[in-house]
Every structure is written in C-alpha cells, then in structure tokens.
Design a protein around this ligand. Structure first.
Ligand SMILES: Cc1cc2nc3c(=O)[nH]c(=O)nc-3n(C[C@H](O)[C@H](O)[C@H](O)COP(=O)(O)OP(=O)(O)OC[C@H]3O[C@@H](n4cnc5c(N)ncnc54)[C@H](O)[C@@H]3O)c2cc1C
Length: 418
C-alpha cells in the first residue's frame, strides 16, 4: 500500500475511501464535509440542502449505515402521499387503491408496477445490456405504451433534475422503483454519516485545489490555496492521489492528461436550485410532496420537511417547504419569484410565508444517459495509465449516494490488495 494518500474532495465518495484506507489527508474547498450532502440546523429546524432520500436498492449505503450504527435514523416514506400535478388536478400514482386515474391509465400503471418488479429483481447485479443502451422513454413506450409517459416523466425529472427522454432505461427504472416501492428518508443522517466516516482522518477544509499536475504518467504535484495563500504539495511516486471531485471540477484543474480531461468533460450534469421556505404551518395538507408534469410551473417537486409519518396531527408546528427547480444554466431570482407565484396558486404558501433561502447546485447530478456508461469505461482506462491516481464519485456508477459509496469503496479495496 502506498505511504500517504491524498483525497481530493470531502464528499461521501472521498470520505468512504478515507474510512477504509488509513493515513489519508482530505483536501476540501468548503468549510464542511459531505459535499452534496449538507444538513444545516437553523432555529430548531433541519434544512437538508442536498441528498435526503435513498432506496432499498442502495446496498452499499445500507451496509455502511448498518456498519456505523445509524440504522435507527432511517424512516420509510409512504409514497402514496406523494402526488402529481398535471396542470389541472392532483393525481396519486403510488397506491393501487387510490389510483386516481381513468380505467385505461390505471391499467397501464398497474402493468408498469408488474413489469418493474419482474425486471428489477436482479437488475443491478445483471443489468440487461439494452437497458443501458436505450432511453427511458423508448423502453417505457415499448413496454407500457406512451400514454402514461407524461405522468411518469415528472418523477424522473424530480429525482434526476433531467428529462426522462434523455435518461437511460436502467436509470429511469431505478427511479421508478424508488418512487413506487422502496424509498427511505434519512434527513440529518447523511451528515452524521459523513462525520462518522471522517474518523481520525486529517482534514484541510476551506482549501481549494487549483491544479493537479500529471508528469510522465504519474501525479507529481497538487497546487492548493487556503486563505489566499498558495502551496504546492510535491507528490512522491509511492504516494496516492484519489479525486472525488465532480467531473467538471476535476477537468478544470487536471493538467498533463488531456485525454482524460476530454472524457471528463463529456459528463453532463443537471443543476438545481433548492429553495427552502419557512412557513407558519405546513402548507401541503395531507400530501408529503407534489411533483409537476408541466415545466412551465418551473418547480419539479415540492415537499414538506421534518414530517412525522405516523399520521399525527401537527397543524401547530412551523413548516419547512422545499421547492426544487432544475436548470441547465443558472436560474435567477425572477425564476424563483415565478415559482413562488405559481406554487401560491396551488397551496396556501403566501399567507403562511415567513422567509426563504436558496442554495444552488450547478453540478447537482450527472445525467445518466447511455453515453455515461461508455464514458465511465474510457475514464477508467485513462486513469489506469496514471500510476499513483484514482477517481471515485457518483459519476462513476449509477448516479446517487450509493454510487459515491460504491466507487469510494472500490478504490479502497483495490488499494489494500496492492
Ligand atoms: C439537491 C440535491 C438532492 C439530492 N438528493 C439525493 C437523494 O435524495 N438521494 C441520492 O441518492 N442522491 C441525491 N443527490 C445526489 C447526491 O447528493 C450525490 O450523488 C452524492 O452526494 C455525490 O457524492 P460525491 O462524493 O460523489 O460528490 P460530492 O458530494 O459533490 O463531493 C465532492 C467534493 O469535492 C469538493 N470539491 C470540488 N471541487 C473542489 C476543489 N477544486 N477543491 C477542493 N474540493 C473540491 C466539493 O466541495 C465536494 O465536497 C442529490 C443531489 C442534490 C444536489
């Protein structure tokens, strides 16, 4: 095993690597660890800016949660209380008994449920090749028929910040599986997990990586800046550098490996603004959340946070509403105002409004198209040409928290074999 290991980026992928390998130093630009996992406690209310949900299919994550003893914080979400707004009405899709649809659509949704469970049984261990190669819309159209696609699209859009027509079938199926069957809430838990994973690792926060220099097939130096002071860390051939930065950020700083940079640039992300609105009381009533079919409504999802799932009446509690607004290029305050106006027509948001804050995620989630799988293979080949370098992160598997953990673990396992 190499002597010292530098981990670039302290998200869950980098932290997982550091957890399984000793003698690491994490370099992170933010003042907190977790990256796209970020729970902030404010006046007794937890704002979960980044990831909050996961699925029963996320086996690497579930193993880790068990290993560090956080299983009790996991709550199953009754998705039957999530509804879809199609521009005219709220529709509940998730539960056969309350399926508020005409006969034909109802039959199509039930068919979808059945085909999902038969396909998904071993989908992650042995994914059929064509599911990676075709788009979700094509697969769905062939299997179920195009009629209900407009109802399914918003689920994919809300979870991936991207359109269903651009996502691969395997990813769309995973998203639907989560939505219909197996979703858990882990609010606050991910940040606790990040802090547990850091363990005894040495960490430099508020430290920006400005350059990773590759010379003659190995990483020779890293340039960092902290408090306007710059430093160059010389890397010995016996040391290891593992990047867990999102692909576009790594592409910006990696020098001396143009082929790899070219491949990293091929990975496209969906961006997202998360508007957290403090309200006098909950505004969605009995609904936990609503997803939107109509892009003109701007938001892809709204959901109430800090919920009790046991049906207790909690009218007196203050509310916290999350509004997710996907974007390709940065949106501005005008878009957010529009989203507010539109949401206020559907829910009693205006009269219950107290304040709001927005957080922007330019690299919210990698887009899982068929190109992604091909690019991942090419990236792996290019990385293997650099002797003391490794890459992990959600863009190197089926994008999610589970992918971050899977890829962090994979590199750690490879290291301990060497
Ligand atoms: C709003 C939102 C909601 C989400 N919800 C879910 C969900 O419910 N379930 C789910 O499974 N997934 C969800 N995701 C996706 C999930 O958060 C990510 O897949 C996962 O957290 C990625 O982890 P990572 O370690 O690969 O990357 P990151 O968490 O992005 O970690 C990379 C780290 O590198 C650091 N870094 C980048 N550039 C530099 C630099 N130049 N110098 C130093 N450090 C740098 C970053 O600050 C960051 O800490 C969500 C994402 C967003 C944005």
């Amino acid at each position: 095993m190499p002597n010292k290991k530098y981990v670039l980026g302290g998200g869950l992928a980098g932290l997982t690597f550091a957890h399984y390998c000793k003698d690491c130093e994490i370099i992170e630009k933010n003042d907190y660890l977790g990256g796209r996992v970020c729970s902030v406690m404010k006046e007794g209310t937890m704002i979960e800016w980044g990831a909050q949900f996961f699925s029963e299919l996320d086996k690497y994550l579930l193993d880790l949660i068990k290993e560090v003893g956080l299983s009790e914080q996991v709550k199953k979400i009754p998705m039957k209380n999530f509804e879809i707004f199609d521009g005219n009405r709220f529709i509940c899709l998730a539960n056969e008994d309350t399926l508020d649809l005409d006969k034909k659509s109802k039959a199509e949704i039930l068919k979808l449920h059945q085909s999902l469970s038969s396909i998904s049984a071993d989908i992650f261990d042995h994914p059929p090749k064509d599911l990676k190669d075709i788009s979700f819309s094509k697969w769905y159209g062939k299997k179920i028929g195009n009629r209900t696609l407009p109802l399914i699209n918003p689920i994919i859009r809300a979870i991936s910040f991207n359109d269903a027509s651009k996502q691969s079938a395997i990813y769309g199926i995973a998203v639907l599986e989560i939505f219909f069957n197996k979703c858990f809430d882990f609010a606050g838990g991910f940040t606790t997990l990040a802090n547990l994973l850091k363990g005894q690792t040495s960490i430099r926060t508020n430290t920006n990586i400005e350059e990773i220099r590759v010379t003659k097939g190995q990483v020779s130096s890293i340039k960092i800046s902290h408090d306007k002071k710059k430093e160059i860390i010389k890397i010995k051939p016996t040391e290891l550098v593992v990047s867990s930065m999102p692909a576009p950020e790594l592409a910006k700083v990696l020098k001396g490996s143009p082929e790899l940079v070219k491949k990293l640039k091929k990975i496209k992300y969906g961006g997202c603004a998360h508007v957290a609105v403090k309200t006098k009381k909950r505004v969605l009533g009995k609904k936990l959340g609503v997803l939107f079919t109509d892009k003109k409504l701007i938001a892809s999802a709204v959901f109430e946070n800090n919920l009790k799932f046991d049906g207790e009446d909690s009218k007196l509690e203050k509310g916290l509403l999350s509004i997710l607004i996907p974007y390709k290029k940065r949106i501005d305050q005008k878009n957010i105002d529009t989203a507010f106006k539109k949401m206020s027509k559907l829910f009693p948001l205006k009269e219950n409004y107290i304040s709001h804050e927005t957080r922007y995620w330019d690299h919210g989630l990698p887009m899982c198209s068929k190109e992604l799988f091909k690019t991942q293979e090419k990236i792996k080949r290019n990385v293997s040409k650099i002797k003391n370098f490794g890459i992990c992160g959600d863009f190197m598997a089926l994008p999610s928290i589970d992918a971050a953990i899977e890829t962090g673990r994979e590199i750690a396992a490879r290291q301990s074999k060497n």
